[in-house]
Design a protein around this ligand. Structure first.
Ligand code: UDP
Ligand code: MG
Length: 313
């Protein structure tokens, strides 16, 4: 019989986990033609999350866990789950029930005959989300899809099921700065998209502040396109040409009309403007340089403190 690993990243999810476990066991009971295993990744939680998972694993032998030595972030948790998975299929699912577990039944039906390598999900609305956040998210997707060759689907969730071949391809991407949505689409393969209406978190709070999301968006852009560097080169060139024309105009004007000292406010504005553009460009370059720096250090993406998952590979 084939096997599915259900990977669930958890960071301080003590409130949501009891609901999650209840829902997922209902779904697993209905999946009678495939073996399942739930692999919780405790991402350095500071509440009772790990204890709850450990208790579950004693009662239910389908429950496995990996616990990190500190909080490494959801991307790291997803990678750990994929690397330690041993099933023919792997699914990624949030612990807060925002990824409805019952969709897994439909996903399994679609993937099992082998026509698709992956079944992804996307939210068709963002109900319950602050308006400004939805607006910024939409702008981000428009921007990144214009700049990058890798297509990012708006509203796409990390919630998906993949076959072993696709999972292995994702693991083979060894980058330190991971932006999973981009990586899934980078590796290609045949993906079918299921759509569903946004569900609000069952309990607990979102771990994403606006600032964290902003940083994550920059991560996505820097990981998948170098167009910002081209833009800063272009701006540099543009300003060079403009200043060249200016020099000629001023030179000719001085020859014809003499040289009255005037125009310092406009000069101050121009200097400030150019300095702004220079700092902006430096910032962009710095962003790429910083990523390169982190990549060359070759640090592990996560560190495991304890686990009950035996490595089978
Ligand atoms: N998560 C994690 N590490 C983190 C932040 C979040 O493993 O540093 C997990 C979290 O427990 C949840 C999932 O990632 O299962 C999605 O997080 P959240 O619901 O806070 O994000 P949102 O749904 O608001 O985008
Ligand atoms: Mg959530």
């Amino acid at each position: 019989m084939k096997k599915i690993n259900i990977i669930v990243p958890c960071y301080n999810e003590e409130k949501a986990l009891p609901f999650f476990y209840q829902e997922i066991t209902k779904v697993i009971e209905k999946l009678d033609d495939v073996k399942t295993e739930i692999l919780f990744i405790d991402d350095g939680s500071t509440d009772q999350t790990l204890n709850y998972i450990k208790n579950l694993s004693e009662k239910d032998n389908k429950v496995k866990y990996i616990s990190f030595s500190r909080n490494f972030g959801k991307e790291a948790a997803l990678l750990a789950g994929l690397e330690k998975s041993d099933g023919d299929y792997v699914t990624l699912m949030d612990a807060d029930l925002q990824d409805p577990p019952e969709l897994l039944l439909e996903m399994w039906d679609l993937i099992k005959d082998g026509e698709y390598d992956s079944i992804g999900t996307r939210r068709i609305n963002r109900k319950g989300e602050p308006i400004i956040r939805s607006f910024c998210a939409n702008c981000f997707y428009k921007l990144i899809n214009k700049m990058s060759k890798v297509e990012m689907i708006s509203g796409a969730r990390d919630f998906r099921i993949m076959n072993r071949q696709m999972v292995d391809s994702i693991i083979s991407l060894k980058e330190y700065n991971r932006y999973s949505k981009g990586l899934f689409s980078f590796v290609g393969f045949k993906t079918k998209w299921l759509e569903y209406k946004n569900v609000e978190r069952v309990a607990g709070e979102t771990k994403w502040s606006f600032f964290k999301l902003f940083k994550y968006a920059i991560e996505g852009i820097v990981s998948f396109t170098t167009i910002p560097l081209v833009i800063s080169t272009f701006l540099g060139l543009l300003f060079f040409i403009i200043s060249f024309i200016f020099v000629i105009v001023i030179f000719v004007k001085t020859l014809i009309f003499g040289d009255p000292v005037s125009g310092w406010p406009s000069l101050a504005c121009i200097i400030l403007f150019c300095a702004g553009i220079q700092l902006f460009s430096l910032g962009i370059i710095g962003e790429y340089l910083a990523k390169t720096y982190l990549e060359t250090k070759n640090r592990p993406v996560y560190i495991i403190r304890e686990t009950n998952k035996k490595s089978t590979k």
